[in-house]
Design a protein around this ligand. Structure first.
Ligand code: NOJ
Length: 739
């Protein structure tokens, strides 16, 4: 018998012989204990090592050294490798050519879609539609698992109020309530009901924790905040994903309170495991363990490994610190065998839960890869979700466009398929994008009705295209100007110190507006921008983010009114960078700005305090009217509750969807409370003239916060509830609560 076949048989017999007293997925798989008894120290360390595959023009490839390491059982996990064929080949090495045949785990950044790319996450969150986001994650899971993947490094749960930070594009915005609903939805979408189902993907909660609050918005920079602020505003989305069943967590690059998250036992042990009961494994971010040397927290890479694993870091992504030093650390007693075993057990139990010990190849399916990827259904869903994620920031009637009117389409981004995909595009390819925004507008309007001029690029000072753009504008009845950021200006390592529209694009807008033709601005960008200088020149502004594979069509759907925009901002748009950080759950301060002429109140001398566009803002082609807020009772106590309701009426001429938002204010607390805090939302679709009552429950949980003694709960007192279509457009009522 050939060696590989022999090993396969032995492995199968060993696994089968282990009585299946508990189901795979229980995270205490009996096969794991049996297996661990047979593992050498090297093999144990190997299960905690995660190395990247390289990606070349001909597809994924592995350095020979890594292949030798897999063969020797010294590398148990791979990321950046996909396609059913390729992962099968790699898996065959692990299963057939290693001593114990333990399957590899394959991870990848499936962030907003795998082959079918959905809008960037900040865009997804602007849909305020967790159910649709769950479905998008499920589609991503189906496509990714067909290509052999088991594990996605998503959901990204980082709350951020920092538009300079490029990675704000990857998250759900500024709010912990909305962020939690979305991170839980994504987790459910990826992992489904049964992780061992070959169409479900292991989720990874990242970047734990508070990565979204780097000082000055510079990526990887220091984070420092009070524990109360951390717990109240930053931790909830990670926790929600853990509670939704996510079985892996990625530590963030940043330090917190002076300790890098990678070796932060407060985060990794006290909060994650002891408080939240997390049972899966923790992985570092890319070379995060070694980076502790640069942080000035570890003396060298061996020391970094020691600190990391002792603090609760199970798996090393790409540092090779565990690979190189963990064995010695255990042999010298610097890391206990118990600590090592715990980490190995966690990783193996997740592999068992994925069903890899039952069938290591269950996720490699060329047939599914061919038939379940980029399907017409997936693309149709991506198109509708992209349209749903767009936010109509302003409109004087310029939009919707009429089919048949002459339109000048201007801007380099209008003609770019590549930028539609955003910077974290999984395995999304530009060849799969059927239409740029320009193509889609041409299709919708009829080619004879559209004239295109580039005008200028997204960056640079070149104005030589202005005159052709102006000629095009003069010949049209309306202008669609597509401007914003190059997609690589968002995402990792893409911080900016200036959040205005780059290059000479704003200047072009001003020149186009001077033609007297109404200009509809379509924005492609991955962060809140400072649009103060642009707003007065735009007849309408549509925030389209980076909308994904079907984004061109989705933009046209919204521009022509085939889809009525319904997106709402999940993050505040400041008037300028000087207002940052600016978010809707700000405190009142001791000197709130209430008197227009006052000097010694908390205000700016040069701009209003209010943002340009508030959290929750987003217009529609119809209008909605809100009734006053009605409460079922003026007070409640203990475990009781009341309801707060409004009747929303579509007062316009077309059907539309409104996201009704509820905010709460606790007037006096043992610690100060935000002036408004999102505590509920509901999307309602209304025909013209139709009214609907929207009812929110308010109970002790709605009012709970970290009190002065750091316990979580409500306090007796007076409260306000606000309901409306944006955080700055609400009706209010008052009630009291007795503990
Ligand atoms: C670094 C990024 O911070 C993280 O989000 C990503 O998952 C890993 N690299 C793996 O690509």
């Amino acid at each position: 018998m050939k060696r590989s076949l022999f090993l396969l048989v032995v492995t199968a017999v060993v696994f089968a012989a282990c009585a299946r007293t508990q189901e795979a997925g229980s995270l205490n798989d009996p096969r794991v204990d049996k297996l661990m008894k047979r593992m050498t120290l090297d093999e144990k360390v190997g299960q905690l090592v995660l190395f990247t595959s390289d990606w070349t023009v001909t597809g994924p490839s592995m350095r020979q050294g890594y292949i030798d390491d897999i063969r020797a059982g010294r590398c148990g996990n791979i990321f950046n490798a996909y396609t059913a064929d390729y992962t099968r080949k790699m898996q065959e090495i692990a299963v057939n050519e290693t001593r114990l045949g333990i399957p590899l785990l394959f991870g990848y950044d499936v962030i907003h879609g795998f082959r079918t790319i959905f809008p960037i996450n900040l865009g997804l969150s602007s849909s305020w539609d967790p159910q649709a986001i769950e479905e998008a994650s499920r589609i991503a899971a189906r496509e990714a698992t067909a290509a052999g993947l088991h594990w996605t490094f998503s959901p990204m749960c980082d709350i951020s109020v920092e538009p300079r930070w490029g990675r704000i594009s990857e998250g759900a915005g500024e709010d912990p309530f909305l962020g939690s609903a979305i991170s839980a939805a994504m987790t459910r979408g990826y992992q489904g009901e049964d992780l061992s189902d070959p169409a479900t993907l292991l989720a990874c909660v990242k970047h734990y924790a508070a990565y979204g609050a780097p000082q000055a918005g510079r990526d990887y920079n220091t984070v420092d905040m009070s524990e109360r602020w951390l717990r109240e505003f930053y931790l909830p989305p990670y926790k929600a994903a853990v509670e939704a069943g996510a079985l892996s967590v990625m530590a963030s690059f940043n330090e917190l309170d002076g300790v890098p998250a990678t070796a932060n036992s407060f985060l990794l042990k006290d909060v994650l495991r002891d408080e939240w009961g997390f049972k899966g494994f923790v992985v570092s971010d890319y070379t995060g363990i070694n980076e502790m040397v640069c942080h000035g927290y570890a003396a060298d890479e061996a020391d970094a490994g020691r600190l990391a694993i002792n603090a609760g870091m199970d798996m090393d992504m790409q540092s090779a610190s565990y690979f190189n030093y963990l064995k010695d650390l255990v042999q010298s007693g610097k890391v206990s065998r118990h600590t090592l075993d715990e980490s190995v057990r966690r990783v193996l139990n997740v592999k068992a839960a994925l069903g890899l010990f039952d069938d290591p190849y269950k996720y490699c399916s060329p047939e599914r890869e061919a038939t379940e990827t980029l399907t017409e259904e997936n693309k149709a869903f991506a198109r509708s979700l992209a349209a749903e994620s767009m936010v109509l920031l302003s409109n004087d009637g310029t939009l919707p466009l009429r089919k048949g009117e002459k339109i000048a389409v201007i801007g380099a981004l209008a003609d770019s398929k590549d930028d539609l995909l955003g910077s974290w595009r999984g395995a999304g390819e530009v060849q799969s994008v059927p239409a740029s925004i320009l193509d889609a507008i041409r299709e919708a309007a009829g080619p004879g009705n559209v004239v295109y001029a580039e005008g200028c690029k997204e960056m640079g000072e070149d104005r030589s295209g202005f005159s052709r753009a102006l000629t095009a504008a003069y010949g049209a009845s309306k202008v669609v100007l597509v401007i914003g950021e190059d997609c690589q200006w968002s995402g990792e390592a893409a911080s900016r110190s200036d959040i205005r529209i780059p290059g000479v694009q704003s200047e072009l807008l001003q020149k186009l507006a001077a033609t007297g033709k109404p200009v509809a601005v379509v924005l492609l960008n991955g962060r809140p921008l400072d649009l103060s200088e642009d707003l007065p020149y735009a007849g309408a502004m549509l925030e389209a983010w980076f909308p994904g594979t079907m984004g061109g069509y989705a933009v046209a759907d919204v521009l022509f009114g085939d889809v009525n925009p319904s997106g709402k901002l999940s993050v505040t748009f400041p008037r300028n960078l000087g207002q940052v950080p600016i978010y809707h759950y700000a405190k009142n301060t001791g000197r709130p700005y209430v008197h227009p002429e006052a000097k010694y109140e908390s205000r700016y001398l040069d701009v209003p305090n209010e943002p340009l566009f508030a959290f929750g803002h987003g217009l529609s082609y119809t209008s909605f009217e809100y009734s006053p807020v009605e409460l079922s009772a003026a007070s409640f106590s203990g475990e009781g509750g009341i309801t707060a309701s409004v009747t929303v009426t579509n007062t316009g001429e077309v059907e539309g969807t409104e996201t009704v938002q509820m905010y709460i204010r606790d007037l006096v607390g043992s610690v100060t409370r935000p002036v408004k805090q999102l505590k509920g939302f509901e999307r309602v679709r209304l025909a013209p003239g139709e009214s609907r009552e929207v009812v929110f429950d308010i109970d002790a949980a709605t009012l709970s916060f970290y009190r002065a003694d750091m316990t979580w709960g409500p306090e007796s007192g007076e409260f306000k509830v606000f309901i409306g279509g944006a955080s700055d457009k609400v009706n209010e009522a008052s009630f009291s609560y007795l503990d």
